[in-house]
Write a protein that binds this ligand. Structure first.
Ligand code: ACO
Length: 402
């Protein structure tokens, strides 16, 4: 790699790389991915093994602290998180102020930002490691409560408090779906599927939201502030928002008579802005390994829960048509993680507008790991340069003369 910093100080050179397609913004030891071969590893462990054998909190620990935890470390980490699932009672009042139709990503971003006012730790240039660890546990714990309550509010349902006897995924499902009037039965198939989904989304190196977290955090803003910035970056349809859009696209195809080929033609037509949502990836120019795992899990879960979802069939034929079309083949546009995650979320009862929030829940440990690595390595403030293309010097013209 070229040492650009050295080159710039010697020559004054500035590189132009729109979208940072070829720019390494940092050195990182967290996630390895090889887009040509479809390889993804967290801290060296293949994603396939973690998805099959691990739990989400174990993966969170691995990403944040660098190694798989021992039994004692894992149990302390889990307990620490369980202890912090409640949010400050006064935060409940904030929910009253949102419009009923508020998008839960907007609620999530503002509530995480608000956490910094209730728990003002892990900010500034001097970090206390214990405070950082506490903040990490608080964030991982409270995001489930914040997310579930934003859904309950949008439905006009009473909020459910966390239950500390439940594991991480079961507790989240309980807060989402339990009713005070009935016993809520936790379905182990759903818990397992949710665990897998969260693991698969836990980190993906220097993507848009992770880079945003690192960039915001590089000013030494608080960890809460950096994560809020990450949530906002994830929201867009070209990033985390794609999973919601995939389902909406599949629903549209279904309602218009399942004409898959027509949608493929529309996506190829450059006169429209339309893209096949869930296809293509900045780095994967081969199958996204996460999409392979999700597709299999979605099949199994739909089978086990006896769900027949016409959208799954449409998704499969869309994939088949697109993968045999030279437009997609030449541009190496394969289904990405979001193509099947929406179908799986639907199968386990998560409403469409919550899909991107689910992505944020999964991605949180990755964001934290990226922030921590950036701070531990004392990285300088992020401050890209530009190539100025505006007007040359010109003199101010008084209003009456314009
Ligand atoms: N449908 C149709 N054409 C596409 C698609 C698509 N989904 N994706 C890319 N293309 C085409 C582009 O039009 C472009 O064609 P051209 O060379 O003829 O102009 C070519 O493929 C390259 O596309 P770029 O936009 O340059 O690729 P980039 O790496 O910048 O974008 C991205 C990657 C944003 C993911 C893009 O493929 C896309 O918009 N996909 C749909 C949205 C989506 O699924 N996002 C989720 C990403 S995964 C995640 O965030 C977890």
């Amino acid at each position: 790699a070229i040492d650009i910093t050295k080159l710039r100080s010697e020559t004054g050179l500035i590189t132009s790389d729109l979208g940072y397609k070829s720019t390494g913004a940092t050195k990182s030891a967290i996630t390895f991915l090889n887009g040509e071969k479809g390889v993804l590893r967290y801290r060296g462990y293949p994603i396939e093994q973690l998805a099959e054998k691990s739990s989400f909190l174990e993966v969170a620990y691995l990403l944040i602290y660098g190694d798989l935890p021992g039994a004692d470390e894992l149990s302390k980490f889990r307990d620490g998180i369980t202890r912090h699932t409640l949010i400050h009672e006064d935060m409940k009042m904030l929910y009253e102020g949102y419009p009923a139709k508020a998008h839960p990503m907007g609620v999530l971003a503002s509530m995480i930002g608000a956490l910094s006012t209730f728990y003002p730790n892990a900010q500034g240039s001097e970090l206390d490691p214990e405070e950082v660890d506490l903040t990490i546990r608080r964030l991982i714990a409270k995001i489930t409560t914040i997310a579930a309550w934003s859904y309950r509010k949008s439905q006009g349902f009473p909020i459910m408090y966390p239950q500390n006897k439940l594991d991480y995924c079961s507790n989240f499902l309980h807060m989402m779906f339990a009713l005070p009037t009935e016993e809520y039965e936790i379905n182990p198939t759903i818990v397992k599927a949710l665990n897998t989904l969260l693991i698969l989304h836990a980190d993906h190196e220097q993507n848009c939201s992770a880079s945003t977290v690192r960039m915001a955090g590089s000013s030494h803003a608080s960890l809460y502030a950096a994560i809020t910035a990450g949530v906002c970056a994830l929201w867009g349809p070209l990033h985390g928002g794609a999973n919601q859009q995939v389902i909406e696209m599949l629903e549209q195809i279904h309602s218009e008579g399942s004409d898959v080929a027509r949608m493929v033609e529309k996506a190829k037509d450059k006169s429209s802005d339309f893209r096949l949502m869930g296809f293509g990836h900045r780095v994967y120019k081969n199958f996204d390994p996460r999409a392979k795992i999700i597709k299999k899990v979605a099949d199994e879960v739909l089978n086990e829960l006896h769900i027949e979802d016409p959208l799954l069939e449409i998704a499969k034929s869309l994939e088949e048509v697109a993968l045999n079309d030279s437009y997609f083949v030449e541009r190496k546009l394969y289904p990405n993680v979001d193509f099947y995650s929406g179908i799986l979320y639907r199968a386990i009862g998560i409403p469409t507008e919550m899909f991107t929030v689910m992505f944020a829940l999964g991605r949180l440990p990755g964001w934290i790991a990226q922030w921590k690595e950036m701070r531990d390595n004392n990285e300088p403030i992020s401050r890209p340069r530009q190539i100025y293309v505006g007007p040359n010097k010109r003199d101010y013209v008084d209003l009456e003369n314009r």
